[in-house]
Design a protein around this ligand. Sequence first.
Ligand code: GRG
Length: 304
Amino acid sequence: MTIEGFASETAKWLEPELGSVFTGKQLDDITVKAALYSLNAGGKRIRPLMMRLTALMTGCGEEKMADVLYYAATLEMIHTYSLIHDDLPAMDNDDLRRGKPTCHKVYGEGIATLAGDLLLNTACERLFKIAIAKPEYLYASYFMCRNAGLEGMVGGQSIDLDSEGKTIDLELLYELQRKKTGALIESAVVTPYYLIKELNGEQAKEDKTACLLKKLSEHIGLSFQIRDDILDVESDPSVLGKNTGKDERDSKATFVTLLGEQGAKDRLSEEIASAKAVLSELGKMGYDTDGYNVLVDYLEKRDS
Ligand code: GRG
């Protein structure tokens, strides 16, 4: 299947679940309207796509697929909250996202802040709710929450804001990106496996498949981020759906500013090769890695 095929399958699978998060009278609330505006603004849904790929690759049955979907919608809510907050004037100050005016441009800064808060809070409620019903999912819920926090995305964003206008080295840039972009990608690639195996605590981290999936997510996360940095200098807002040239405007350290455009492209090729090497190991274990191979090829060349 092509990446477009995977994307359209993911959309058919995911959109009804996202559409059921807020219902009835809740839909009259202005913060809910703002949250749904961003949630439905046309993102690539790449994290849910990865969750489907892991689930299908590791042999997820029909019953568990509904739970993977629940977690996939939850992760997309966390991701969308981060974009709403990142676009605020106090952070990246952006007026274009997913080809549309950003949330605060339409609803104002106060409501946009609340919309992000609401998405994160609702995501946490969902993670608790499913773990109450199925306590064996407690670790998966904790893992998704943790990767959104200080050890993950918030921690990465914190280093990012603190580094603006400063010179940082490649090592700190790796840490920043591993947390800011990589942590949610790790959640996407690994969580479905935890759900399928119902692994708990330490065991969840020890399994060979889980370790390989974590490695895969690291290479995918870095590939995703390096391509993002390249697109910021090479692409066009009409194609990308968000403004370009922002990293230079904000004096941000990126793989392009630290390694140069060619250096970043070389680094991207290395990450893609490493991702493929991990996929080959998973293939030797008997997993069907065709889907992930298609995704990794797409990450090398994506233009939006
Ligand atoms: C506010 C806590 C907090 C964190 C913000 C996500 C983020 C952290 C910042 C966005 C800036 C950025 C360039 C991040 C790196 C790459 C990235 C996450 C891009 C956006 O994700 P896509 O391309 O977006 O999957 P769509 O719109 O397709 O969902």
